[in-house]
Write a protein that binds this ligand. Structure first.
Ligand code: FMN
Length: 228
């Protein structure tokens, strides 16, 4: 009888030990699965953040100068370049900053061209109205304007000079509207003034075609990798 009790006790002890080992092994396996899962989640987040689809993010800024008066095909309801800025904003959910002059240009086209010519000859830096934006949070900065005498209007150069530190290591993307000059020397201005920046291929369209160019803007944004 005593021998039977001893055998029973040993068997019971073995069962308890086996059950303990089973439970321990299972909980270890569960822990490992949880760790693998959270690693996968954080990897997915990292991957998503590193894609170039910036829709919904706010690390894109669209800076532009545009006029409705004193324009070749004006007066306009919305400036030609402003239309392109709006299309970029829609596609990338960017913030925008409009460069406004402290002293407005004339409503007359020919007078505007003369003043613009003088500003260019004098390498002027016309004053911008209001405060300039803090660029530190942005990675992609679009800089758009009408082509004036083959290049950015000098008021855009005011912006480029004043924000030189903030622009120097960003991705810069020019866009223009014009009457035939394309990008003029806007893109080369950015490349030469900001050698540390990445300058992507810009977009240009003739002013009267700006309103109908949303599809072209969208496909350009995909082509340069800013949207997918
Ligand atoms: C002062 C001035 C200079 C211009 N110079 C040029 C030029 O050199 N090349 C060109 O193709 N268009 C030139 N244009 C035409 C503008 O680039 C064009 O009308 C543009 O679409 C206007 O855009 P906005 O409405 O955004 O101001 C000039 C216009 C003005 C007012």
């Amino acid at each position: 009888m005593k021998k039977r009790i001893t055998i029973f006790t040993i068997v019971l002890a073995l069962i308890v030990v086996a059950a303990g080992i089973f439970m321990y092994t299972r909980s270890q396996a569960r822990n490992q699965a949880t760790q693998e899962n959270s690693a996968a989640v954080s990897q997915a987040k990292t991957t998503r953040q590193s894609t170039k689809d910036l829709s919904g993010d706010h690390d894109v800024l669209v800076v532009y100068f545009s006029r409705t008066q004193g324009v070749w095909n004006g007066p306009l309801e919305i400036g030609n370049t402003a239309r392109i800025a709006n299309f970029i904003q829609e596609a990338t959910n960017a913030d925008t900053f409009e460069i406004l002059p402290q002293n407005d240009y004339p409503d007359d086209y020919t007078q505007t061209t003369r003043i613009a010519r003088d500003e260019q000859n004098n390498n002027a830096r016309p004053a911008i109205k209001g405060d300039l934006p803090d660029l530190s949070g942005y990675e992609y900065i679009f800089i758009g304007a009408p082509v004036w005498w083959g290049e950015y209007p000098m008021i855009v150069r005011t912006f480029l000079d004043a924000e030189a530190n903030g622009l120097s290591n960003k991705t810069l993307i020019p866009f223009t509207t014009n009457e035939g000059s394309g990008l003029g020397n806007t893109q080369s201005q950015l490349s030469s003034q900001f050698p540390q920046a990445t300058v992507l291929d810009g977009f240009s369209v003739r002013g009267p075609e700006a309103a109908n160019s949303q599809a072209d803007v969208d496909s350009w944004l995909k082509q340069i990798g800013v949207t997918q």
